[in-house]
Design a protein around this ligand. Sequence first.
Ligand code: FAD
Ligand code: NAP
Ligand code: SF4
Length: 670
Amino acid sequence: MPTLYPRLLAPLDLGFVTLKNRVLMGSMHTGLEEAPDGYARMAAFYAERARGGVGLIVTGGISPNLSGRLEPRASQLSFPWQLARHRIVTDAVHAAGGKIALQILHAGRYAYHPLSVAPSAIRSPITPFKPRALTRWGIRKTIADYARCARLAQRAGYDGVEIMGSEGYLINEFTAPRTNHRDDEWGGALENRIRFPVEIVRRTRESVGAGFIIVYRLSMLDLVEGGSTWDEVVALAQAVEAAGATIINTGVGWHEARVPTIATMVPRAAFAWVTKRLKGSVRIPLIATNRINDPAVAEELLARGDGDMVSMARPFLADAEFVVKAAAGRADEINTCIACNQACLDQIFSRQIASCLVNPRACHETRIVLKPAARKKRIAVVGAGPAGLACATTAAEAGHRVTLFDAAAEIGGQFNLARRIPGKEEFAETLRYFRRTIERTGVVLELDHRVGADDLVGFDHVVLATGIVPRTPAIAGIDHPKVAGYTDIVMGRREAGKRVAIIGAGGIGFDVAEFLTHQGGHDETEAYCAEWGIDTQYRERGGIQPADGRPPPREVWLLQRKAGKVGEGLAKTTGWIRRTLLKKRGVRMIPGVLYEKIDDAGLHIRVDGMPQLLDVDTVVVCAGQEPRRELFDAVRGSGVGVTLIGGADVATELDARRAIAQGTEVALDL
Ligand code: FAD
Ligand code: NAP
Ligand code: SF4
């Protein structure tokens, strides 16, 4: 059968070795690197991805020396005694038919400890530690550390290394005038600023010989003031090619850049244009990256000639079998990464092991094991939101006979609201995945069926995944015609006026504010670049320009009772994006609000004891949620085993990550 993805699945001949396709699993720190049994777990994690057909896997970043560790307990590869644990990983990947490269990452001034070093002693805006400026001897020593690390990686069985030269880490700090203020042979003129990466590649090549992959991750778009110019990017690419790099991977945006580069609101393949710009300037293959999560998008990008390979990182947390499913014409079975960051990067930032919102097995392959159920049961799952979908399909995979009910005409529960928020369109992919999994696993789906206790007679076990009811706060005038619930607004059953107050500034309050202030109607990558000040013409250093401030369609006030910053509780890696976006759109965020009443004049509030009238046309209530579990007592009373999951279990701080993880684990215990 001809494949739909001939370019993506085509082998890549590197001269001394051939990769089986154009898919690189990009580097991701998972936290397993530092866990007590981490390397065995990492072996299982990467081997599953190798069996799933990835062309080349790149590990999470490992430091070549002590000062380069991201944090005090982070991984380092500098000594032969460390090789045995890496062998567990490389052997497992090779046994599964894969290839794997070790990423060498020196954190530079992003290191979260007092031993950090950099070209110049300038603290980064995102770390508390001022780095020490490397001496000339220190620079030579660091270059030798990279070469030694690569040689050790080779001895540990890796097929190559990736030298991390982007995202604002040490190498990038040398190449950009923003952070390199040296006046010796390592700073100043371009040839001096790029001497450090070029020497690293040259010495690494010397130490590993010809038949070993060296990927150089090159910052093609720094997105910070004082970053590189385009000419400098080209010069560096040519120099690392000449020094012995095998492949150049794309890096976009320093960690301190105030531009989102991987969050869900970044359009798919939004940075492929940067890689394309470099095509023709070097002879070695180029890898395009960032927000590529779908084989059709990857194929299209390769067909346009934007790159020779694509890097996908988080999509392999979401689905280990991405490549084999695409190759077998089963792309509709891919569990797509929705770029939420909630279970991967946000977990890492809170020093937990990464996983995936849509695939809780990711990085827990040895703990969450799907095996056939000892006794096949008749299971009813009530509610086809994320919790019920995960539970029903996992139970069916284990061999149970499952009926999944929902009162609505479509599966998805609140995900049908989430997917309507501009920038969260990816959430629809999760529903497509579950729709297909329901078909594949034989779950009997009963839509348009509001279940009563009588419907549940005859099942061996009932799982209630009935979700939540939005909370109605006790505010005078809450039943005034100006007042609307968030479900009606997002589903388009109610149109908001020009001036809107939002009661409640949790995740949903922010989403509704984004929904109400969104300007639609033109090319999404162009709109995204304009809104965040990305210059695709690359006129200034770093590729940035002033953001375009188009007036939003509505004036919005976002309110909360708590004192303190509005949006403080939002996720670490995306909260700043959401606050920045709403500020750009002129949304007024007010904490410490006391709600007094709603009437024809608008919403009456007090802030710091001072009365205020917000003369708004619409008041949208986003004041949290309560569990919906009216069936629980009746089912329990009938003697059938019953389990609550998702919002029906605990509505407070419920998110889809918890809902899907709980649904999966409950199914495995049935
Ligand atoms: P629900 O999704 O509420 O599903 C419950 C289902 O049960 C519904 O389909 C309902 O029709 C059905 N049901 C109820 N009673 C019955 C009955 N008696 N008979 C039959 N069916 C019944 N979470 C995140 O993690 N990240 C996000 O970015 C995110 N964004 C969101 C944006 C919006 C606008 C909203 C509203 C929510 C968002 N969420 C997000 C929250 C997330 O959607 C919920 O945490 C998740 O949907 C909860 O899953 P659940 O299965 O417990 O319940
Ligand atoms: P939430 O995060 O708990 O926020 C509820 C908001 O309502 C808070 O601002 C709260 O702040 C306010 N509130 C609570 N009780 C109130 C009352 N009686 N009167 C007035 N205001 C009241 O809940 P949510 O926004 O409904 O979101 C539900 C869940 O969905 C969240 O837990 C979240 O994890 C998930 N979600 C996540 C995302 C995401 O992007 N990750 C997006 C959307 C939703 P005060 O008490 O200070 O007023
Ligand atoms: Fe993608 Fe979200 Fe899973 Fe991370 S948690 S891999 S962003 S779907």
